[in-house]
Write a protein that binds this ligand. Structure first.
Ligand SMILES: Cc1cc2nc3c(=O)[nH]c(=O)nc-3n(C[C@H](O)[C@H](O)[C@H](O)COP(=O)(O)O)c2cc1C
Length: 191
């Protein structure tokens, strides 16, 4: 099972890094699979630890993909890490083993601490749509434009029917980013 999460890691100089990632769960063991190159990968190698944050504020997912990474953090309990302040729950991890791979090494981890901070308040289709659109944004360079536009049109139905203010804001950031990507691509090819 893969759970879309917000991963926080810490770099050699102590700087925190935040990125959305799909965490692979095998029984109670999480596996992080960051692509090369990425800051999350470098930080995992350096520190051997990370925090999985679970939030229903999908602006964090959309924000990280659109240059808005400055979300409030607080110190972790058991590791030298950071926890997203708005997280409903989090898990603190230590890396047990690295499975090397040219494209996407796998970090097999163990949960050393977990805590709940807020209640799960139910499913919202617009939240799912924002996460799907954030994944599209992370893959714009490798997806055909007609596929992106078709999927966005479908996801837009859930957003217009069910979104609250946070989801609408996140949707706006992502759709602006997609429009800018195709504007730039058109300008490049006209050159
Ligand atoms: C929902 C979601 C899941 C993602 N899962 C992964 C993942 O498992 N591995 C990965 O490398 N990138 C994943 N991404 C893309 C990264 O968040 C993005 O490329 C990020 O910038 C990682 O690079 P960084 O550590 O240098 O910031 C995901 C993005 C989204 C929106």
């Amino acid at each position: 099972m893969i759970i879309e999460s917000i991963i926080t890691t810490v770099g050699p100089g102590g700087a925190a890094h935040i990125a959305p990632m799909g965490v692979i769960w095998r029984d109670s063991h999480p596996i992080l699979a960051p692509f090369r190159p990425s800051t999350t990968l470098d930080n995992l190698r350096h520190s051997g630890s990370a925090v999985i944050n679970h939030t229903d504020d999908v602006r964090v997912f959309a924000g990280c993909l659109t240059g808005r990474r400055d979300w409030p953090l607080k110190p972790a309990e058991r590791i030298d890490g950071r926890v997203l302040q708005g997280a409903l729950a989090h898990q603190e991890l230590r890396v047990d083993r690295i499975e090397e791979n040219e494209q996407r090494p796998r970090f097999h981890c163990r949960v050393v601490h977990e805590a709940a901070h807020g209640a799960f308040t139910g499913f919202n289709r617009a939240q799912g749509a924002v996460i799907e659109a954030a994944i599209l944004v992370s893959r714009l360079h490798m997806l055909p434009r007609d596929k992106v536009e078709r999927e966005l049109a479908y996801l837009d139905i859930a957003v217009s029917k069910t979104a609250g203010p946070r989801e609408r804001e996140a949707w706006g950031w992502l759709t602006e980013r997609i429009a800018a990507f195709y504007r730039n691509a058109a300008a490049e090819s006209a050159r």
